[in-house]
Design a protein around this ligand. Sequence first.
Ligand SMILES: [Zn+2]
Length: 82
Amino acid sequence: MSKIQSLVKKYLPQSWSQALESESRTWVVECSHCCAETSVWEMGGIRYKASGNPMMAIRCSRCGQVSTGQLHQRPTPENANA
Ligand SMILES: [Zn+2]
């Protein structure tokens, strides 16, 4: 867990930190080498109540290669009908 993530867990009410974590996990970048998805949370980041699909450089959680991809949100029960 990254520093920012442990700070959030330490200082925010549990319901907030859980919402932050679960939303951060829905934002993913697809690896251009192996097509695995790595979430913002797995990268040590946080993304909450955000919109837009910026480009991000990530280190793939599966193949370990650095890849640049577009951040996008996985369908979730909350946004599936949006
Ligand atoms: Zn990969």
